[in-house]
Design a protein around this ligand. Structure first.
Ligand code: IMP
Length: 182
């Protein structure tokens, strides 16, 4: 495996990620077994690979939809200001909605999304994040399904980027601190 020189170390390899995604899919499939069709809402761009893998492992009827956000950041530091720049195609009102995020860091983004979606009166609303950096949380936001807790490092790969780079690495790795120093 050729690892780019900006990478400090691989935190989660492909097998580890695949195993956890299978577990999450089994859990979600069991939890929504009695519900009418589930609507997965993936947050672009970061969640696109996780969303593709998770959705293909679900054994229940579901639809996929996507949203895109612009978050005003300074380098690797979120400012907490979030705006929806692309909405779902289908209405979420009356549907069982599961927001699929790549990572919850300060929590501002997910907090914004949950408020925004709750206002549209879905039948139910939950959130699933592949990664969580609990140590950096600024808002106490509920995350119903979490793939992995990770330390306070900037991670890339499996959909996650730094300045739009490293997104398609098949593993999740920590960037060298000097690359993203904040
Ligand atoms: P929050 O609003 O601070 O929770 O940040 C959420 C968003 O910041 C995520 O959806 C990511 O797009 C981005 N983000 C936070 N930490 C990382 C990271 O370590 N790598 C890549 N993106 C990150």
């Amino acid at each position: 495996m050729r690892v780019p020189s900006s990478i400090e170390r691989v935190l989660l390899d492909e097998e580890t990620i695949a195993g956890r995604v299978r577990e999450l899919a089994a859990q979600i499939s069991a939890d929504y077994d009695d519900a009418d069709a589930l609507m997965l809402v993936g947050v672009l761009k970061g969640a696109f690979i996780f969303m593709a893998d998770l959705s293909r492992r679900l054994t229940i009827v579901h639809h996929v939809d996507f949203i895109a956000l612009s978050s005003y950041s300074r380098g690797a530091t979120s400012t907490g200001a979030v705006r929806l720049i692309m909405d779902t195609r289908a209405s979420v009102t009356g549907r069982h909605v599961l927001i699929v995020e790549d990572i919850v860091d300060t929590g501002y983004t997910l907090d914004y999304l949950l408020r925004n979606f709750r206002a549209r009166e879905p039948a139910s609303l939950r959130a699933c994040a592949l990664l969580s950096k609990s140590a950096r949380r600024q808002v106490d936001v509920p995350v119903d399904y979490v793939g992995f807790e990770i330390p306070d490092v900037w991670v890339v790969g499996y959909g996650l980027d730094y300045a739009d780079r490293f997104r398609t690495l098949p593993y999740i790795a920590a960037l060298k601190r000097e690359v993203y120093a904040r």
